[in-house]
Ligand binder design. Sequence first.
Ligand code: ZN
Length: 204
Amino acid sequence: MTGQFTVSARHAPLEPHTHVLLALGEREELRFRDVRRFGRMRSCTREELEAAFGRLGPDAQQVTEEQFLSAMRARRGAIKSWLMNQQLLAGLGNIYADESLFVARMHPLAQPGRVSARKARRLFRAVRKVLEHAVKLQGTSFRDYVDIEGRPGNYAQRLRVYQRTGKPCRRCGRPIRRIVIAGRSSHFCPCCQPRPRKIAKQKH
Ligand SMILES: [Zn+2]
């Protein structure tokens, strides 16, 4: 999530929150810094590694439209949770799921299996667009990175809904709302992303 890998000279002072150092030859080391401690490190065999990655769904940046639409079919939970389920689609976290739903004008509690094919295709294109944009800007924010709290630089200013609760929607000007779905914050515009007649049931 917000952790960072950097290649540093071995004599360079350690940044706070550096948890792992791996020697790279005589002079350099790979450092892992993780302010929020979401990262994990595990030593495993090639078979274990393949088994772990084998559980992931298709990469969100490479999935075909057909795979995307067929994975949505007959699914009942909230589309927001569907987007973040790594076994169905790998690579989308909370930020990009919220942003993709906004671009696709889809309510986070819509049910994947009830969404029309036209809207499902719109969501597919939105995911592509948001990820391409984010990857481009993340590169920039990584190079310019200085914030000790791990906040992204340039991408944060481009966010449309994520963590913009109460702020005006960039499309219609109404305030962005926040709801909790499966324990995660979801940010959306109630006007641009209208609530469908049937929404996913929420378990509490
Ligand atoms: Zn709006």
